[in-house]
Design a protein around this ligand. Sequence first.
Ligand SMILES: [Zn+2]
Length: 128
Amino acid sequence: MPATDSPSPPVTSSKPPPEATEVECECCGLTEECTPEYIERIRQRYLRKWICGLCGEAVKYEIVKSKRLISTEEAMARHVSFCRPPDPTVHLIATVRLILRRSVESLSAVKSMAGNDEGIEAEEMHST
Ligand SMILES: [Zn+2]
């Protein structure tokens, strides 16, 4: 009678959670703790620069509100010039206001984007 009793080895996860690194927003200087993976994703999206979530929203807003198609680079340049505040709180409030106004103005765009957190895709830019 063959011995088929082989105890399954304990499943050891060989992937420890990636360490969070502190990273600074190129626009407003806000620092956030993010995983290297996330930082890399943002850098790829924003021309090797890392920008915080709020600035990311603002850059997307620059693209959406623009009457013509602008590149991410141009949108970022616009946003950066808009956000050279003496006081970061001013920027924060301004950005939040922009986002709020945007969601009122383009409710339908937001609706079609529901569930899509990836942002900045092409269909968003074709909406006007
Ligand atoms: Zn920022």
